[in-house]
Design a protein around this ligand. Structure first.
Ligand code: ARG
Length: 473
Protein backbone atom coordinates (compact mmCIF):
# COMPACT_ATOMS: atom_id res chain seq x y z
CA UNK A 1 0.00 0.00 0.00
CA UNK A 2 1.49 3.33 -1.00
CA UNK A 3 1.40 6.16 1.52
CA UNK A 4 -0.12 9.47 0.52
CA UNK A 5 1.86 12.72 0.64
CA UNK A 6 -0.16 13.78 3.62
CA UNK A 7 0.71 10.64 5.56
CA UNK A 8 4.42 11.33 5.01
CA UNK A 9 4.05 14.89 6.19
CA UNK A 10 2.04 13.89 9.22
CA UNK A 11 5.01 11.94 10.49
CA UNK A 12 7.69 14.50 9.84
CA UNK A 13 7.65 16.31 13.17
CA UNK A 14 7.55 13.34 15.52
CA UNK A 15 8.05 10.43 13.08
CA UNK A 16 10.98 9.10 15.08
CA UNK A 17 8.66 7.92 17.82
CA UNK A 18 5.69 6.92 15.64
CA UNK A 19 5.43 4.24 12.99
CA UNK A 20 1.82 4.78 11.87
CA UNK A 21 0.13 7.93 10.60
CA UNK A 22 -2.75 9.50 12.52
CA UNK A 23 -6.27 8.18 11.97
CA UNK A 24 -8.64 10.31 9.92
CA UNK A 25 -10.58 11.36 13.03
CA UNK A 26 -7.33 12.24 14.82
CA UNK A 27 -6.44 14.64 12.02
CA UNK A 28 -9.93 16.02 11.88
CA UNK A 29 -10.21 16.85 15.56
CA UNK A 30 -6.58 17.94 15.90
CA UNK A 31 -6.07 20.25 12.95
CA UNK A 32 -6.35 23.97 13.57
CA UNK A 33 -4.99 25.21 10.26
CA UNK A 34 -8.52 25.96 9.02
CA UNK A 35 -8.67 28.91 11.42
CA UNK A 36 -5.17 29.58 12.81
CA UNK A 37 -3.77 30.40 9.37
CA UNK A 38 -4.71 34.02 10.05
CA UNK A 39 -1.84 33.99 12.56
CA UNK A 40 0.73 33.41 9.79
CA UNK A 41 2.03 37.03 9.70
CA UNK A 42 2.53 36.98 13.48
CA UNK A 43 4.07 33.50 13.34
CA UNK A 44 6.59 34.66 10.76
CA UNK A 45 7.36 37.88 12.65
CA UNK A 46 8.11 35.81 15.76
CA UNK A 47 10.25 33.28 13.87
CA UNK A 48 12.36 35.99 12.27
CA UNK A 49 13.10 37.53 15.67
CA UNK A 50 13.87 34.09 17.11
CA UNK A 51 16.27 33.20 14.26
CA UNK A 52 18.09 36.53 14.56
CA UNK A 53 18.50 36.01 18.31
CA UNK A 54 19.75 32.41 17.87
CA UNK A 55 22.42 33.67 15.48
CA UNK A 56 23.38 36.58 17.70
CA UNK A 57 23.89 34.15 20.59
CA UNK A 58 25.96 31.76 18.43
CA UNK A 59 23.33 29.01 18.74
CA UNK A 60 22.90 28.79 14.95
CA UNK A 61 25.21 30.18 12.26
CA UNK A 62 24.70 33.65 10.79
CA UNK A 63 24.38 32.04 7.33
CA UNK A 64 21.56 29.75 8.50
CA UNK A 65 19.77 32.69 10.14
CA UNK A 66 20.05 34.70 6.93
CA UNK A 67 18.59 31.83 4.89
CA UNK A 68 15.79 31.32 7.41
CA UNK A 69 14.83 35.00 7.50
CA UNK A 70 14.88 35.24 3.69
CA UNK A 71 12.91 32.02 3.34
CA UNK A 72 10.31 33.23 5.85
CA UNK A 73 9.86 36.41 3.83
CA UNK A 74 9.11 34.26 0.78
CA UNK A 75 6.63 32.16 2.77
CA UNK A 76 4.84 35.34 3.84
CA UNK A 77 4.75 36.53 0.22
CA UNK A 78 3.21 33.24 -0.87
CA UNK A 79 0.60 33.43 1.90
CA UNK A 80 -0.29 37.03 1.13
CA UNK A 81 -0.54 36.40 -2.60
CA UNK A 82 -2.68 33.32 -2.02
CA UNK A 83 -0.34 30.80 -3.66
CA UNK A 84 0.58 29.03 -0.39
CA UNK A 85 -0.89 25.54 -0.08
CA UNK A 86 -2.04 24.89 3.48
CA UNK A 87 -2.14 21.25 4.49
CA UNK A 88 -4.42 19.85 7.14
CA UNK A 89 -2.01 16.98 7.74
CA UNK A 90 0.47 19.58 8.98
CA UNK A 91 -2.03 20.41 11.70
CA UNK A 92 -1.45 24.10 12.37
CA UNK A 93 0.04 27.32 11.09
CA UNK A 94 3.38 26.75 12.82
CA UNK A 95 4.05 23.43 11.11
CA UNK A 96 2.71 24.61 7.76
CA UNK A 97 5.09 27.55 7.74
CA UNK A 98 8.07 25.50 8.91
CA UNK A 99 7.44 22.73 6.39
CA UNK A 100 7.33 25.19 3.49
CA UNK A 101 10.46 26.89 4.85
CA UNK A 102 12.25 23.55 4.67
CA UNK A 103 11.23 23.17 1.04
CA UNK A 104 12.66 26.62 0.32
CA UNK A 105 15.89 26.71 2.38
CA UNK A 106 16.59 23.05 3.11
CA UNK A 107 17.96 21.66 6.39
CA UNK A 108 18.64 25.11 7.92
CA UNK A 109 14.88 25.29 8.48
CA UNK A 110 15.22 22.48 10.99
CA UNK A 111 17.42 24.70 13.20
CA UNK A 112 14.73 27.37 13.63
CA UNK A 113 12.92 25.33 16.27
CA UNK A 114 16.00 25.23 18.56
CA UNK A 115 15.14 26.47 22.06
CA UNK A 116 11.50 26.86 21.14
CA UNK A 117 8.30 24.84 21.28
CA UNK A 118 4.94 25.26 19.64
CA UNK A 119 3.69 26.05 23.12
CA UNK A 120 5.61 29.31 23.46
CA UNK A 121 5.23 29.89 19.72
CA UNK A 122 1.43 29.85 19.81
CA UNK A 123 1.36 31.92 23.01
CA UNK A 124 3.53 34.49 21.22
CA UNK A 125 1.58 34.45 17.95
CA UNK A 126 -1.75 34.93 19.66
CA UNK A 127 -0.41 37.72 21.86
CA UNK A 128 0.95 39.51 18.81
CA UNK A 129 -2.36 39.00 17.01
CA UNK A 130 -4.47 40.25 19.93
CA UNK A 131 -2.12 43.21 20.36
CA UNK A 132 -2.55 44.16 16.68
CA UNK A 133 -6.32 43.99 17.09
CA UNK A 134 -6.20 46.05 20.30
CA UNK A 135 -4.31 48.75 18.40
CA UNK A 136 -6.91 48.61 15.64
CA UNK A 137 -9.74 48.91 18.20
CA UNK A 138 -8.04 51.88 19.81
CA UNK A 139 -8.10 53.73 16.50
CA UNK A 140 -11.66 52.65 15.73
CA UNK A 141 -12.95 53.81 19.12
CA UNK A 142 -11.11 57.12 18.73
CA UNK A 143 -13.01 57.68 15.47
CA UNK A 144 -16.30 56.79 17.14
CA UNK A 145 -15.59 59.23 19.98
CA UNK A 146 -14.71 61.97 17.51
CA UNK A 147 -17.94 61.51 15.54
CA UNK A 148 -20.03 61.47 18.72
CA UNK A 149 -18.42 64.60 20.16
CA UNK A 150 -18.67 66.46 16.84
CA UNK A 151 -22.38 65.59 16.52
CA UNK A 152 -22.94 66.54 20.15
CA UNK A 153 -21.33 69.94 19.66
CA UNK A 154 -23.52 70.66 16.62
CA UNK A 155 -26.70 69.61 18.42
CA UNK A 156 -25.81 70.76 21.92
CA UNK A 157 -29.07 72.71 22.32
CA UNK A 158 -31.54 70.37 20.59
CA UNK A 159 -34.05 69.41 23.27
CA UNK A 160 -35.26 65.83 23.50
CA UNK A 161 -37.04 63.82 26.17
CA UNK A 162 -34.84 62.13 28.74
CA UNK A 163 -36.33 58.82 29.84
CA UNK A 164 -36.37 56.61 32.87
CA UNK A 165 -38.30 53.35 32.57
CA UNK A 166 -38.65 54.53 28.93
CA UNK A 167 -41.23 57.02 30.27
CA UNK A 168 -40.66 60.74 29.69
CA UNK A 169 -38.72 61.93 32.74
CA UNK A 170 -37.00 65.29 32.23
CA UNK A 171 -35.95 67.15 29.09
CA UNK A 172 -32.30 66.72 28.07
CA UNK A 173 -30.42 67.73 24.96
CA UNK A 174 -29.51 65.46 22.07
CA UNK A 175 -25.90 66.54 22.49
CA UNK A 176 -25.98 65.51 26.14
CA UNK A 177 -27.36 62.09 25.22
CA UNK A 178 -24.57 61.55 22.67
CA UNK A 179 -21.95 62.71 25.17
CA UNK A 180 -23.14 60.00 27.57
CA UNK A 181 -21.87 57.48 25.01
CA UNK A 182 -18.60 59.39 24.69
CA UNK A 183 -17.99 58.68 28.37
CA UNK A 184 -18.89 55.00 27.99
CA UNK A 185 -16.80 54.36 24.89
CA UNK A 186 -13.88 56.29 26.38
CA UNK A 187 -13.94 53.95 29.39
CA UNK A 188 -14.07 51.00 26.98
CA UNK A 189 -11.07 52.39 25.16
CA UNK A 190 -9.14 52.66 28.40
CA UNK A 191 -10.09 49.07 29.29
CA UNK A 192 -8.50 47.91 26.02
CA UNK A 193 -5.44 50.05 26.78
CA UNK A 194 -5.14 48.38 30.20
CA UNK A 195 -5.41 44.94 28.62
CA UNK A 196 -2.66 45.87 26.18
CA UNK A 197 -0.34 46.93 29.00
CA UNK A 198 -0.69 43.63 30.83
CA UNK A 199 -0.49 41.62 27.61
CA UNK A 200 2.74 43.23 26.49
CA UNK A 201 5.25 40.68 27.83
CA UNK A 202 6.96 38.22 25.52
CA UNK A 203 6.46 34.47 26.17
CA UNK A 204 8.98 33.39 23.51
CA UNK A 205 11.77 31.32 25.04
CA UNK A 206 9.59 29.66 27.67
CA UNK A 207 9.87 26.71 25.26
CA UNK A 208 7.62 23.75 26.07
CA UNK A 209 7.09 24.71 29.72
CA UNK A 210 10.37 24.73 31.64
CA UNK A 211 12.59 27.15 29.72
CA UNK A 212 15.68 25.99 27.84
CA UNK A 213 19.33 25.10 28.43
CA UNK A 214 20.42 27.07 25.34
CA UNK A 215 21.96 30.49 26.08
CA UNK A 216 19.07 32.45 24.53
CA UNK A 217 18.52 36.18 25.02
CA UNK A 218 14.85 36.66 25.82
CA UNK A 219 15.31 40.39 26.30
CA UNK A 220 16.49 40.66 22.73
CA UNK A 221 13.48 38.90 21.20
CA UNK A 222 11.11 40.76 23.53
CA UNK A 223 12.51 44.11 22.39
CA UNK A 224 12.61 43.11 18.71
CA UNK A 225 8.90 42.25 18.86
CA UNK A 226 7.89 45.44 20.64
CA UNK A 227 7.25 43.91 24.08
CA UNK A 228 8.07 45.72 27.31
CA UNK A 229 9.92 42.71 28.74
CA UNK A 230 9.99 38.90 28.62
CA UNK A 231 7.47 37.03 30.79
CA UNK A 232 8.90 36.02 34.17
CA UNK A 233 7.72 32.41 34.55
CA UNK A 234 7.94 29.78 31.82
CA UNK A 235 4.98 27.73 33.08
CA UNK A 236 2.74 30.78 33.21
CA UNK A 237 3.94 31.88 29.77
CA UNK A 238 2.61 28.83 27.95
CA UNK A 239 -0.45 28.07 30.05
CA UNK A 240 -2.48 31.22 30.47
CA UNK A 241 -4.82 32.88 28.04
CA UNK A 242 -5.92 35.65 30.37
CA UNK A 243 -4.82 38.22 27.79
CA UNK A 244 -7.49 36.81 25.46
CA UNK A 245 -10.09 36.69 28.22
CA UNK A 246 -9.36 40.26 29.23
CA UNK A 247 -9.68 41.45 25.64
CA UNK A 248 -12.94 39.56 25.20
CA UNK A 249 -14.25 40.92 28.51
CA UNK A 250 -13.46 44.48 27.45
CA UNK A 251 -15.00 43.81 24.03
CA UNK A 252 -18.10 42.36 25.69
CA UNK A 253 -18.60 45.44 27.86
CA UNK A 254 -18.06 47.73 24.90
CA UNK A 255 -20.41 45.62 22.77
CA UNK A 256 -23.06 46.03 25.48
CA UNK A 257 -22.67 49.80 25.13
CA UNK A 258 -22.86 49.53 21.34
CA UNK A 259 -25.93 47.38 21.67
CA UNK A 260 -27.77 49.86 23.90
CA UNK A 261 -26.97 52.70 21.54
CA UNK A 262 -28.00 50.61 18.55
CA UNK A 263 -31.31 49.88 20.26
CA UNK A 264 -31.89 53.62 20.68
CA UNK A 265 -31.18 54.19 17.00
CA UNK A 266 -33.75 51.52 16.18
CA UNK A 267 -36.31 53.23 18.45
CA UNK A 268 -35.50 56.74 17.24
CA UNK A 269 -35.94 55.61 13.62
CA UNK A 270 -39.55 54.46 14.15
CA UNK A 271 -42.34 56.82 12.99
CA UNK A 272 -43.61 56.71 16.60
CA UNK A 273 -40.42 58.40 17.83
CA UNK A 274 -39.29 60.02 14.58
CA UNK A 275 -36.21 61.47 16.29
CA UNK A 276 -33.58 60.79 13.64
CA UNK A 277 -33.12 59.94 10.01
CA UNK A 278 -30.45 57.72 8.47
CA UNK A 279 -29.62 58.09 4.79
CA UNK A 280 -30.27 55.54 2.03
CA UNK A 281 -26.73 54.23 2.22
CA UNK A 282 -27.12 53.08 5.82
CA UNK A 283 -30.64 51.68 5.73
CA UNK A 284 -32.40 48.93 3.79
CA UNK A 285 -35.79 48.64 2.16
CA UNK A 286 -38.30 45.84 2.07
CA UNK A 287 -38.99 43.51 -0.85
CA UNK A 288 -42.75 43.72 -0.26
CA UNK A 289 -43.50 46.93 1.68
CA UNK A 290 -42.45 49.87 -0.48
CA UNK A 291 -42.67 52.42 2.34
CA UNK A 292 -40.08 50.72 4.57
CA UNK A 293 -36.72 52.05 5.71
CA UNK A 294 -35.11 49.55 8.05
CA UNK A 295 -32.18 50.18 10.41
CA UNK A 296 -30.54 46.78 9.71
CA UNK A 297 -27.02 47.96 10.54
CA UNK A 298 -28.19 49.11 13.96
CA UNK A 299 -30.06 45.86 14.54
CA UNK A 300 -27.00 43.80 13.62
CA UNK A 301 -24.75 45.94 15.80
CA UNK A 302 -27.25 45.39 18.61
CA UNK A 303 -27.02 41.64 18.05
CA UNK A 304 -23.24 41.19 17.72
CA UNK A 305 -22.83 41.31 21.48
CA UNK A 306 -24.27 37.78 21.53
CA UNK A 307 -21.28 36.28 19.77
CA UNK A 308 -18.80 38.42 21.69
CA UNK A 309 -20.18 37.64 25.14
CA UNK A 310 -20.53 34.02 23.97
CA UNK A 311 -16.85 33.84 23.06
CA UNK A 312 -15.87 35.17 26.47
CA UNK A 313 -18.09 32.59 28.15
CA UNK A 314 -16.78 29.84 25.92
CA UNK A 315 -13.13 30.54 26.69
CA UNK A 316 -13.77 30.93 30.42
CA UNK A 317 -15.23 27.44 30.40
CA UNK A 318 -12.37 26.03 28.30
CA UNK A 319 -9.76 27.44 30.72
CA UNK A 320 -11.54 26.56 33.94
CA UNK A 321 -9.91 23.67 35.77
CA UNK A 322 -7.03 23.21 33.28
CA UNK A 323 -3.89 22.06 35.13
CA UNK A 324 -0.61 23.80 34.26
CA UNK A 325 0.97 23.96 31.77
CA UNK A 326 -0.20 23.67 28.15
CA UNK A 327 -3.17 21.46 27.24
CA UNK A 328 -4.59 21.06 23.76
CA UNK A 329 -7.89 22.40 25.10
CA UNK A 330 -6.30 25.80 24.66
CA UNK A 331 -6.40 25.48 20.89
CA UNK A 332 -10.13 26.14 21.36
CA UNK A 333 -9.27 29.74 22.24
CA UNK A 334 -8.98 30.79 18.61
CA UNK A 335 -12.11 30.18 16.54
CA UNK A 336 -14.51 31.91 18.91
CA UNK A 337 -12.10 34.76 19.59
CA UNK A 338 -11.38 35.44 15.93
CA UNK A 339 -15.08 35.50 15.17
CA UNK A 340 -15.86 37.69 18.17
CA UNK A 341 -13.17 40.25 17.41
CA UNK A 342 -14.17 40.53 13.75
CA UNK A 343 -17.81 40.99 14.78
CA UNK A 344 -16.74 43.62 17.26
CA UNK A 345 -14.72 45.55 14.68
CA UNK A 346 -17.67 45.48 12.28
CA UNK A 347 -20.10 46.75 14.90
CA UNK A 348 -17.82 49.64 15.94
CA UNK A 349 -17.34 50.74 12.34
CA UNK A 350 -21.03 50.45 11.48
CA UNK A 351 -22.02 52.47 14.54
CA UNK A 352 -19.43 55.13 13.75
CA UNK A 353 -20.83 55.50 10.25
CA UNK A 354 -24.37 55.78 11.61
CA UNK A 355 -23.40 58.50 14.08
CA UNK A 356 -21.76 60.46 11.27
CA UNK A 357 -24.80 59.95 9.08
CA UNK A 358 -27.71 60.58 11.45
CA UNK A 359 -29.75 63.78 11.25
CA UNK A 360 -31.94 64.67 14.20
CA UNK A 361 -35.49 65.88 13.64
CA UNK A 362 -35.41 68.85 16.05
CA UNK A 363 -39.15 69.56 15.89
CA UNK A 364 -40.17 65.99 16.71
CA UNK A 365 -37.66 65.75 19.53
CA UNK A 366 -38.79 69.05 21.03
CA UNK A 367 -42.47 68.14 20.84
CA UNK A 368 -41.80 64.78 22.50
CA UNK A 369 -39.68 66.49 25.18
CA UNK A 370 -42.69 68.51 26.31
CA UNK A 371 -45.04 65.56 26.56
CA UNK A 372 -45.70 63.66 29.79
CA UNK A 373 -45.35 66.70 32.10
CA UNK A 374 -41.60 66.47 31.79
CA UNK A 375 -41.01 69.83 33.52
CA UNK A 376 -42.85 68.82 36.69
CA UNK A 377 -39.53 68.58 38.57
CA UNK A 378 -38.74 72.15 37.48
CA UNK A 379 -42.06 73.25 39.00
CA UNK A 380 -41.32 71.43 42.25
CA UNK A 381 -37.82 72.98 42.37
CA UNK A 382 -39.40 76.44 41.82
CA UNK A 383 -41.70 75.89 44.81
CA UNK A 384 -38.68 74.97 46.93
CA UNK A 385 -36.61 77.92 45.72
CA UNK A 386 -39.26 80.68 45.66
CA UNK A 387 -41.78 79.62 48.32
CA UNK A 388 -39.27 77.81 50.54
CA UNK A 389 -41.42 74.66 50.63
CA UNK A 390 -39.65 71.50 51.79
CA UNK A 391 -39.01 69.35 48.67
CA UNK A 392 -41.38 66.60 49.83
CA UNK A 393 -44.26 69.13 50.13
CA UNK A 394 -43.32 70.69 46.80
CA UNK A 395 -43.44 67.22 45.24
CA UNK A 396 -46.96 66.74 46.62
CA UNK A 397 -48.22 70.14 45.41
CA UNK A 398 -46.74 69.55 41.96
CA UNK A 399 -48.37 66.13 41.81
CA UNK A 400 -51.77 67.77 42.38
CA UNK A 401 -51.06 70.38 39.69
CA UNK A 402 -50.10 67.66 37.19
CA UNK A 403 -53.30 65.83 38.08
CA UNK A 404 -55.31 68.97 37.36
CA UNK A 405 -53.54 69.54 34.00
CA UNK A 406 -54.17 65.92 33.11
CA UNK A 407 -57.86 66.29 34.03
CA UNK A 408 -58.10 69.31 31.71
CA UNK A 409 -56.10 67.49 29.01
CA UNK A 410 -53.46 70.22 28.70
CA UNK A 411 -49.72 70.73 29.29
CA UNK A 412 -48.38 72.33 32.46
CA UNK A 413 -47.45 75.47 30.53
CA UNK A 414 -51.08 75.88 29.42
CA UNK A 415 -52.63 75.55 32.86
CA UNK A 416 -54.11 78.93 33.98
CA UNK A 417 -52.51 80.57 36.99
CA UNK A 418 -55.83 80.47 38.85
CA UNK A 419 -55.91 76.68 38.59
CA UNK A 420 -52.43 76.47 40.11
CA UNK A 421 -53.32 78.95 42.83
CA UNK A 422 -56.33 76.80 43.65
CA UNK A 423 -53.81 74.24 44.81
CA UNK A 424 -51.11 76.56 46.24
CA UNK A 425 -52.24 80.20 46.56
CA UNK A 426 -48.71 81.65 46.78
CA UNK A 427 -47.77 80.57 43.23
CA UNK A 428 -47.13 83.65 41.01
CA UNK A 429 -46.99 84.08 37.24
CA UNK A 430 -43.15 83.86 37.39
CA UNK A 431 -43.61 80.10 37.62
CA UNK A 432 -44.19 79.90 33.86
CA UNK A 433 -40.54 80.75 33.20
CA UNK A 434 -39.46 77.30 34.43
CA UNK A 435 -42.14 75.30 32.62
CA UNK A 436 -40.71 75.39 29.09
CA UNK A 437 -38.39 72.58 28.03
CA UNK A 438 -35.78 75.07 26.80
CA UNK A 439 -35.57 76.78 30.16
CA UNK A 440 -35.57 73.43 31.90
CA UNK A 441 -32.43 72.23 30.08
CA UNK A 442 -30.80 75.65 30.33
CA UNK A 443 -31.17 75.58 34.11
CA UNK A 444 -29.34 72.24 34.52
CA UNK A 445 -25.89 73.80 34.87
CA UNK A 446 -24.61 71.53 37.64
CA UNK A 447 -21.37 69.71 36.81
CA UNK A 448 -22.23 67.02 34.26
CA UNK A 449 -25.75 68.41 33.77
CA UNK A 450 -27.58 68.77 30.46
CA UNK A 451 -27.40 72.58 29.97
CA UNK A 452 -26.36 73.31 26.36
CA UNK A 453 -23.42 75.41 27.56
CA UNK A 454 -22.12 72.41 29.54
CA UNK A 455 -22.58 70.08 26.59
CA UNK A 456 -20.77 72.42 24.22
CA UNK A 457 -17.88 72.76 26.63
CA UNK A 458 -17.55 69.01 27.15
CA UNK A 459 -17.82 68.22 23.46
CA UNK A 460 -15.12 70.77 22.61
CA UNK A 461 -12.79 69.57 25.32
CA UNK A 462 -13.17 65.97 24.08
CA UNK A 463 -12.54 67.00 20.49
CA UNK A 464 -9.40 68.81 21.55
CA UNK A 465 -8.22 65.85 23.61
CA UNK A 466 -8.85 63.45 20.72
CA UNK A 467 -7.08 65.71 18.28
CA UNK A 468 -4.02 65.87 20.53
CA UNK A 469 -3.99 62.09 21.02
CA UNK A 470 -4.34 61.61 17.25
CA UNK A 471 -1.28 63.75 16.64
CA UNK A 472 0.93 62.13 19.27
CA UNK A 473 -0.18 58.57 18.51
N1 ARG B 1 -2.20 24.53 17.39
C1 ARG B 1 -1.78 24.53 18.73
C2 ARG B 1 -2.62 25.51 19.55
O1 ARG B 1 -3.25 26.32 18.98
C3 ARG B 1 -0.34 24.90 18.84
C4 ARG B 1 0.36 24.40 20.08
C5 ARG B 1 0.51 22.91 19.98
N2 ARG B 1 1.25 22.40 21.08
C6 ARG B 1 1.31 21.11 21.35
N3 ARG B 1 1.99 20.77 22.40
N4 ARG B 1 0.66 20.21 20.66
O2 ARG B 1 -2.67 25.46 20.75
Amino acid sequence: MSKSDDDDKANKMWGGRFSAPPAEIMQEINASIGFDKVLAPQDIRGSKAHAAMLAEQGIISKADARDIVKGLAQVLDEIESGTFKFSRALEDVHMNVESRLREIVGPAAGRLHTARSRNDQVALDFRLYIRDRLDEFDGALASLLRELAAKAETHAAVVMPGFTHLQPAQPVTFGHHLMAYVEMFARDRSRFADARKRLNECPLGAAALAGTSFPIDRHMTAAALGFDRPTANSLDSVSDRDFVLETLAAATICAVHLSRFAEEIVLWMTPQFGFIRLSDGLTTGSSIMPQKRNPDAAELSRAKVGRIAGAFQSLVIVMKGLPLAYSKDMQEDKEVTLDALSSFALAVTAMTRMVEDMTPNDANMRAAAGRGYSTATDLADWLVRELKLPFRDAHHVTGSIVKEAERQGIDLEQLPLAAMQGIEPRISKEVYSVLSVENSVKSRVSHGGTAPQNVRKMARSWLKRLEKAGKSG
